[in-house]
Design a protein around this ligand. Structure first.
Ligand code: IMO
Ligand code: MG
Length: 425
């Protein structure tokens, strides 16, 4: 079976935790887009792991972890992430990197920061990891790929070509330029370390599909951050929607069996852009503290708001979501009255979709349904029907509204704090 994990909101929905949980039943976990802008936290046996480039199956030693062609990878950051894992005792893992994945170069990081400064008030609030500039070079056909690391003479040509343009751009941004020799020798060093991991991962994945292996594609970011379908320009530079898996991993669209939509029980956003259900009150502060809503990558406090089902409905429509995983449900403990946004009012009209332009989204007013909160600690409950009635009502409403069954309910960051509502395996 081939499963896809899709974030249904704006990232940080808890994809890492659920991927790690499901990974125990998988042969392969594969990241198919994004880079180290992602921050996926996993708690296993009391140890917290913060993953950015690595797939969240990496903690389970018997799994093949793949970084597919649609990803962009900062090799220095990846090597650092691997050594952090080793320091925490995770020594045995199987990691494959697509030879077609693009390399985030130091100049991409410089330019990411420079563009944000130039944009001033119009900045996106990126993670400044060089993601956008790396994807730009991919589309401009001056990117450097992992397969280039394996052919030093060709790499020379690629880097020379890239630097003609990149150094000009850096000069225009008043940033220091790069010397070919410095970057080239560093890339050759990286090649020595990473060579055993670099393969054509599309072949590996297709063989695994033919052998009927269990495969999980782990999306980073969330639907509203999708370059194609999100709230452009306040998006990332790749597509986290299930439909981008085939292209970004080199498999057929016919091979995807089930899509799991990851839904945080409330909404958060990091970076700029409209946020219809955003709160600026005590409720937001409480949720931020209880949910540790600070960026894993940038440590920025996340913007917080009520659950917006207009957004999640759009994600279900775009991704063909089969099952939902409800995450961070425990965080809503102690919040007296809860609201769920069920539609928007736009210029006097009621709509149930996210409009395409930022000016329209900014004019949208949320229409809420009220729910009773609860005080009980639910973090030790392991059966859906033992959850407080208020909590069940909240979740049942989501299921009915989205016409999509809930398979998982997460009541804490640890693996074992996962309620199975529907067995999907
Ligand atoms: P995970 O996988 C939340 C946001 C950034 C910014 C916009 C563009 O942890 O859910 P970028 O650096 O990608 O060019 O920034 O996208 N963003 C995320 N927000 N979770 C993420 O990943 C994100 N990755 C990028 O804050 O608004
Ligand atoms: Mg994150």
């Amino acid at each position: 079976m081939v499963f896809v994990i899709q974030g249904t909101q704006r990232g940080d929905e808890g994809k890492g935790k659920i991927t790690d949980y499901i990974a125990q039943k998988m042969d392969i976990v594969c990241r198919f887009q994004g880079g180290n802008n992602a921050g996926h936290s996993i708690v296993v046996n009391g140890n917290r792991f913060a993953l950015s480039s690595l797939p969240s199956g990496i903690i389970s030693s018997n799994i093949t972890n793949i970084i597919a062609n649609g990803c962009v990878v900062n090799p220095d950051a990846l090597i650092k992430e691997i050594s952090t894992l080793k320091e925490k005792g995770i020594n045995k893992f199987n990691l494959l990197i697509s030879n077609k994945a693009h390399i985030i170069m130091p100049y991409h990081i410089d330019l990411d920061g420079a563009y944000e400064v130039l944009l001033g008030n119009e900045s996106i609030g990126t993670t400044k990891k060089g993601i956008g500039p790396c994807y730009m070079d991919k589309a401009s056909r001056i990117g450097i790929r992992f397969c280039d690391l394996l052919e030093p003479e060709y790499l020379k040509k690629r880097l020379t070509t890239a630097l003609i343009i990149k150094n000009k751009e850096l000069e225009m941004c008043n940033k220091p330029t790069y010397k070919f020799e410095d970057l080239y020798s560093h890339l050759l060093e990286l090649a020595k370390i990473l060579k055993p991991h670099i393969v054509d991962t599309s072949i590996v994945l297709n063989e695994a599909i033919n052998d009927k292996k269990q495969i999980l594609f782990e999306g980073a970011q969330g639907t509203m951050l999708c370059l194609e379908n999100g709230t452009y320009p306040f998006v990332t530079s790749s597509s986290p929607i299930a439909s981008s898996v085939p292209l970004n991993a080199g498999i057929s669209p016919k091979n995807i069996d089930k899509v799991i939509g990851i839904v945080k029980a409330y909404t958060t956003r990091v970076g700029e852009g409209p946020f219809v259900t955003e709160l600026h009150d005590k409720v937001a502060d409480n949720i931020r503290e209880l949910g540790h809503e600070y960026g894993v990558v940038t440590h920025r406090p996340r913007r917080v708001g009520y659950l917006d089902l207009v957004v999640v409905k759009q994600a279900c429509r775009l991704g063909g979501i089969d099952y939902l995983a409800m995450m961070l449900v425990d965080v809503l403990t102690g919040i007296k009255s809860l609201k769920i946004c069920v539609s928007y009012e736009l210029d006097g009209k009621i709509i149930d979709y996210v409009p395409s332009t930022i000016s329209e989204v900014t004019r949208c007013k949320p229409i809420y349904k009220d729910f009773c909160g609860r005080d009980e600690d639910i973090s030790n409950i392991n059966n859906f029907y033992n959850l407080p009635k208020e909590c069940q009502n909240y979740l049942n409403f989501i299921e009915e509204y989205l016409k999509t069954p809930i398979a998982f309910v997460s009541v804490g960051p640890e693996r074992e704090k996962t309620i199975i509502k529907k067995d999907i395996f």
